[in-house]
Design a protein around this ligand. Structure first.
Ligand SMILES: [Zn+2]
Ligand SMILES: [Zn+2]
Length: 367
């Protein structure tokens, strides 16, 4: 999928005017009448598709938010050919366009917390969408009479004319203005939907979110998207997962990470600590002599693997706290402690290259 902004050669923050200018300029060079080469035609289609999205504030916003997989021509919107017409007064002969059209897919984002992402949940979401007009049952007519043939275009859906353009004289056809290209006219349009056969409405939908989802996962609800015009079938609704940050658990795919502070004495002597994870508090054993930076894996307490149902690990990172603000007594005890271990003030041990920080550093860079 190409980036629409890149296709048009504009910045992401480009104004509507800049986008229009960019499109006009490129389209003039690539237009089928000028350059019929198939490769150029593909480029032209790509640029036009980009313009179709970026020139419509609503579509542009949804594209910016990541709904790029979704076709153009939204609610009441035009399509590829309408844009061609806007700039070039029509292109190919297309005949009347059908009133009944497939509805658009819709996208909604749902935020879940880490617990819900791990164990799954059920959510009631409220979606504003195009639904079939109940007054005319999607047919668009107030008196349920069938559309009659357009008298202006005689049902062809387009009118033809000779135009002078920068290319010389061209015979062009454009959608009939009287029937908007449908070739037929609804004599008495439904007042509820103005003849479109659908209206905007808010719906409540219950969504089952499976265990193991993560940000970017999409759940497809077939037929719950926007209903089509003229009683056309509905598109699909996609529910995209956005996972909110847990206060202290960090997700890394199937594993979870947590950092705990252990006192210098406890790390030296060994201790058992309770760590609050997604399954509630669990006991973690910190062995005597644990160093700062050590990790303790707890099997099966990480995230659920989507579909597989098995779980990753919880990795507990140990930070040993060096005591500070010592009382006089404590200070005295520590001095005695050091003395008993034979430590002298100023003692420093240089670590060999195979140990410690440098070896980790080298491993990371594969040297
Ligand atoms: Zn209606
Ligand atoms: Zn017409």
């Amino acid at each position: 999928m190409s980036d629409h902004y890149q296709s048009l050669g504009v910045a992401r923050g480009a104004s509507a005017d800049e986008i229009k200018k960019a499109y006009r300029k490129i389209a003039r060079e690539l237009h089928p009448d000028v350059n019929p080469d198939p490769a150029v035609q593909d480029k032209f289609k790509e640029v036009t598709a980009a313009y179709e999205v970026l020139s419509d504030p609503q579509k542009r916003q949804s594209y910016d938010m990541g709904g790029s997989g979704f076709g153009g021509g939204g609610f009441g919107g035009g399509g590829f050919s309408d844009i061609m017409d806007a700039f070039f007064g029509g292109g190919q002969n297309r005949g009347p366009r059908p009133r009944m059209r497939q509805g658009q897919d819709a996208l909604i984002r749902v935020e879940v917390d880490l617990n819900e992402a791990c164990f799954g949940t059920e959510r009631d979401i409220s979606v504003e969408n195009a639904v079939a007009c109940t007054k005319c049952k999607g047919q668009g007519s107030a008196d349920s009479s069938a559309p009659s043939m357009c008298q202006v275009c005689k049902g062809r859906g387009e009118t033809q004319q000779v135009q002078r353009s920068f290319l010389g004289q061209v015979m062009t056809s454009r959608p009939c203005g009287s029937c908007q290209g449908y070739g037929s006219v609804i004599q008495n349009p439904c007042r509820e939907c103005a003849g479109d056969g659908r209206v905007r409405a808010r719906q409540n939908i219950s969504v089952k979110i499976p265990a193991g989802v993560e940000t970017g996962n999409r759940i497809q609800l077939a037929g719950r998207g926007e209903v089509g015009s003229g009683g056309g079938p509905a598109g699909d609704l996609y529910v995209e997962i956005v996972e909110s940050q847990h206060p202290y658990l960090i997700r890394d795919s199937h594993n979870l990470h947590v950092a705990i502070e252990v006192s210098f004495a406890a790390a030296s002597l060994g201790t058992k600590v309770m760590v609050e994870c997604l399954d509630g508090p669990i006991e973690v054993e910190v062995r005597a002599g644990t160093q700062s930076g050590a990790t303790i894996p707890v099997r099966g307490k990480g995230m659920t693997r989507l579909r597989a149902g098995t779980r990753g690990d919880l990795i507990v990172h140990i930070e040993v706290q060096t005591p500070h603000k010592l009382s006089r007594d404590q200070e005295e005890m520590l001095r005695k402690f050091a003395e008993a271990r034979g430590e002298k003030p100023g003692d420093v041990k240089i670590k060999g290259l195979e140990q410690g920080f440098f070896s980790k550093f080298r491993d990371a860079f594969g040297r």
